[in-house]
Write a protein that binds this ligand. Structure first.
Ligand code: GDP
Length: 450
């Protein structure tokens, strides 16, 4: 396959200023182009030793374009499984661009988005779920996301899918045997066993294909501050971020927008949003804020409901307290003042007393929050890419349907086509026979140079 291909080139480091920039080549002419575009300082240097060699990137007339280091990597032990070369030049736009122009003039073609990884996929080095993981690891924010992407890139999802498809294939052959040899095989026993296994497999898939957990890994956990105006939400936001991002003010209802900031907590990225005071309002602009705030609370992974401990509960507080569920932590703020809030009126939820003004109690709140967010996700491999999630959930739903049908007394061969369909969906996760359209869409989201 490799022989018919052209050689691609791109700047693989991020744009902008940096210490070094890397121009990367992949394809049959990588070595020839490298030898023309790079001159080792030591004429005897062996470029093919997988070692970085010091020298200069040179132009068509042999003039130095930049001081550089270069390495040649021979197929198949490379990222793309083709011959590859890298020229490490000085960072910034100008040097790398000059080197790239030079290798293009020597016959390389500018790589499209994700083309290096696409070659890795086409040459069998990674499957589709692995290629998607490469993109995720580049975009990973926080330790938990990095670990999940790495497990996936190393085939965590692929081996899970392989195992499940293997089990389903076994099941199909047992069902087939019951159809072919009705005298020898007890159909009812095959059906009962299949039903049990189907439910078990569906549950395992569902656990790994939880959209909320996937989003939490991909985008970070969403944590929302809510409470009526003036209870100290902006102050608490500031205390939590130890930064002066939110606007602290004495006028009720002036925090109109949803402000949001990121920080990491126990390896997880947290997006903390401060909502406008959720209350009925005549003011048009503020009502809009109120609507958005409600949406944020509904979608949140955790909700910090702030109450002013120095005042008795008001009707507005009670309205908010009615929505409390297992995602909530109650923050009794202003503990530096005399407490006038009756705790007996609070619903059953974790309570943290704090003083946003001095930061007292904020550590405890963060610990509680970390606990709350940990409850959401184990460390097993899971589907984090939207495309994979969709396929896995569809497959799990089909398997549940089959289990239900068997439970209602249908004979196992009735379930066979849907079991087969579920296997196909799962195979598409790893892209064993994905269509060109699917493959192109996946790689179009990559950056050039990867
Ligand atoms: P928000 O409307 O809920 O965002 O409330 P703000 O953060 O703007 O705070 C409203 C008022 O309460 C401001 O005057 C804050 O300085 C004050 N405040 C906030 N936290 C505390 C606290 O822990 N103790 C005291 N005494 N005052 C606080």
């Amino acid at each position: 396959m490799t022989d018919a291909r052209d050689t691609i080139a791109a700047i693989s480091t991020a744009p902008g200023e940096g210490g070094i920039a890397i121009v990367r080549l992949s394809g049959p002419c990588a070595e020839k182009i490298l030898r023309a575009a790079f001159r080792p300082a030591n004429a005897q240097a062996d470029l093919s030793g997988r070692r970085l060699t010091y020298g200069a990137a040179v132009g068509a007339g042999g003039e130095a374009l930049d001081e550089a280091m270069a390495v040649l990597l021979r197929a198949p032990h490379t990222y793309t499984r083709e011959d590859m070369a890298e020229i490490h030049c000085h960072g910034g736009e100008a040097c790398a661009a000059a080197v790239l122009r030079r290798v293009l003039s020597l016959g390389a073609r500018a790589a499209g988005p994700g083309e290096f990884t696409r070659r890795a996929y086409e040459n069998g080095r990674v499957d589709l779920s692995g290629a998607e993981a490469v993109m995720q690891i580049i975009g990973a924010q926080g330790e938990a996301a990095r670990r999940a992407a790495l497990r996936q890139m190393r085939g965590g999802v692929a081996s899970f899918v392989g195992e499940v498809v293997g089990k389903l294939t076994d099941m199909l052959s047992r069902i087939q045997a019951a159809v072919d040899f009705p005298e020898e095989v007890d159909e009812a026993a095959v059906g009962a066993q299949a039903r049990e296994e189907l439910d078990e497999i569906a549950a395992r898939i569902e656990r790994r294909a939880d959209p909320r957990r996937a989003r939490m890994l991909r985008e970070g956990a969403s944590v929302v501050l809510c409470g009526r105006p003036n209870v100290g939400k902006s102050s608490l936001m500031n205390a939590l971020l130890s930064a002066e991002r939110a606007i602290v003010t004495d006028v009720p209802g002036t925090t109109r927008d949803v402000l949001s900031e990121r920080f990491t907590l126990g390896g997880k990225v947290v997006r903390l949003s401060d909502t406008a005071g959720i209350r009925e309002s005549e003011d048009a602009i503020e009502s809009m804020g109120v609507e958005r705030a409600r949406g944020e609370v509904e979608a949140a992974d955790a909700v910090l409901l702030v109450l002013d401990a120095s005042q008795p509960l008001r009707e507005e507080d009670r309205a908010l307290l009615r929505d409390v569920d297992e995602r909530y932590i109650l923050c009794l703020n202003k503990r530096d003042l005399i407490e006038r809030l009756e705790e007996g009126e609070l619903p059953d939820a974790p309570v943290v007393r704090l003083c946003a003004r001095t930061g007292e109690g904020v550590e405890e709140l963060l610990a509680r929050l970390a606990e709350r967010l940990r409850a959401g996700g184990g460390e097993e491999e899971c589907f984090t890419v939207e495309r994979q999630l969709r396929l896995a959930r569809e497959a799990a739903a089909l398997l549940r349907d089959c289990a239900r049908a068997l439970g209602e007394g249908f004979s196992p061969d009735v379930a066979a086509p849907d079991i087969l369909k579920a296997c196909e969906l799962l195979d598409n996760v790893t892209g064993r026979d994905a269509s060109e359209e699917v493959i192109s869409a996946i790689f179009a989201n990559f950056c050039v140079g990867k």
